[in-house]
Design a binder for this molecule. Structure first.
Ligand code: UTP
Length: 425
């Protein structure tokens, strides 16, 4: 194992020499025609069946505290009562509809969805999809694939035992994706289907534009092997990794590792120079995954300090510690970014694209409540722009992804008075 932390001293061993990103595409500042052109490129690719969604759902979601896979979590107060999986699946379904319309096709193109699970949640997720009839999505186009587990270690490197008969195991991080794609046959399935473009994202951001045609179009148009969708950091202390450049390659610096003197540097317009927050929203060409990433993969792990349940042989019980007592070994999806020679960073608006469900209900940031509020604010804005009169500023406004993907197609509500809470299908 090649750990990038000194376990004994608990400090990073490696230091980064980074520079700001030479270019960031911001869809807001591109002309309407240019955006339309990129979107059309993305929709053409979807129409040809060459685009797939890869949803990372193998994490344990410990901070949320929900006793099940995060995708099955239903955010309280959402009028539709939908779980997070359904929100994402419906967005992909909508992109199929948009692509069919764009290509004047009567049938919907196929967008295969690859869902990464781990042995700790596969059964729950597969059974859930089956019980929900795959939320109306063609089940042939949904492929579950399992990432590996790794043993958890004490701070001095011993394997932790969870019960008298089992080790304490944890998923090997979202960077376990690449090996998992290969070992489970998901990659072969992609090749068989002639998939060429992957939109890879985490399950927990309910505002992700799943299979975003504009982002994918931009990555295709720039012939990029890898693309990273970012939002700008709210402030220099926000706990989110930052996209930067090292030796002309894209890299991610963990927030804990960005040198403080760099974190707050601003450009002449007052924008943080190292502000491109990584939101787990990536494009990769299949060629890149197959011919660059997979041949270069190493068994190289980051360590994450965690509270790891352990077996107490005296009481013969499993104890859940209140303090961090060991480490999990994780690879990160972005560890391979520096392998890409052609790459692109695309900035989206936080209020349009980033509402993660990370922390427990009631937390002040990145919680189900903040995510619901952001989703509601987005729905309210779309409807108001379409000419609707939306009252009760405290009620939740939910617009189904099947009705509108990014605010389009709502003109039927012009002049209509709507009183939240409501759900528009
Ligand atoms: P996070 O780092 O937020 O982890 O994952 P998490 O498991 O969801 O939550 P905590 O840290 O335990 O509270 C970001 C994305 O990567 C996926 C998660 O499911 C989420 O979509 N992930 C993470 C995996 O698929 N596998 C992993 O091993 C870790």
């Amino acid at each position: 194992l090649l750990l990038d932390f000194d376990i004994a001293k608990q400090t990073p061993v490696s230091k980064y020499e980074v520079s700001p990103l030479p270019q960031v595409y911001d869809v807001e500042t591109l002309g309407t025609q240019e955006v339309e052109g990129l979107r059309n490129i993305g929709l053409d690719a979807v129409g040809c069946g060459t685009v797939a969604a890869v949803i990372m759902s193998g994490g344990q979601g410990t901070r949320l505290g929900y006793p099940g896979p995060k995708g099955m979590y239903c955010i309280e107060g959402l009028p539709s009562g939908k779980c997070i999986f359904q929100i994402h699946i419906e967005k992909v379904q909508k992109v199929r509809m948009l692509a069919a319309k764009h290509n004047s096709s009567e049938s919907l193109p196929s967008i295969p969805i690859y869902i990464m699970t781990s042995d700790l949640n596969t059964k729950d997720i597969v059974n859930y999809f089956t019980s929900k009839n795959f939320f109306g999505y063609p089940s042939d186009d949904v492929f579950f694939f399992e990432q590996s587990l790794q043993p958890c270690l004490t701070f001095d490197g011993k394997i932790i035992v969870e019960s008298a008969h089992s080790l304490s195991l944890a998923p090997d991080g979202n960077g376990g994706l690449y090996q998992a794609l290969q070992s489970t046959g998901a990659l072969d399935d992609m090749i068989r289907r002639n998939v060429q473009h992957l939109h890879i994202y985490g399950i927990d951001n309910i505002l992700t534009k799943s299979v975003d045609p504009t982002f994918i179009g931009l990555c295709i148009n720039t012939n990029s092997e890898c693309g990273n969708k970012v939002v700008w950091r709210a402030n220099a202390a926000e706990k989110v990794g930052v996209t930067a450049c090292r030796d002309d390659r894209m890299c991610i610096i963990e927030y804990s590792e960005i040198p403080p003197h760099l974190a707050s540097v601003e450009d002449p317009n007052g924008k943080l120079l190292f502000g491109a927050a990584n939101i787990c929203n990536h494009y990769m060409s299949l060629q890149f995954v197959r011919f660059v990433v997979l041949p270069s993969l190493t068994q190289s792990y980051h360590i994450a300090n965690k509270k790891i349940p352990y077996y107490d042989p005296v009481t013969s019980t499993t104890v859940t510690p209140t303090k961090e007592n060991g480490v999990k070994l994780e690879m990160f999806i972005f560890d391979v970014f520096p392998l890409a020679t052609r790459w692109v960073v695309v900035q989206g608006k936080r209020e349009d694209e980033f509402a993660p469900v990370k922390n427990a209900p009631g937390s002040s940031s990145d919680s189900p409540d903040t995510a619901r509020e952001m989703m509601s604010a987005q729905g309210r804005l779309w409807l108001t722009k379409a000419g609707a009169v939306v009252g009760n500023e405290h009620g939740c406004c939910e617009v189904s992804p099947l009705l509108s993907y990014e605010g389009e197609g709502l003109s039927q509500f012009s002049g209509v008075v709507l009183t939240p809470p409501f759900y528009l299908e």
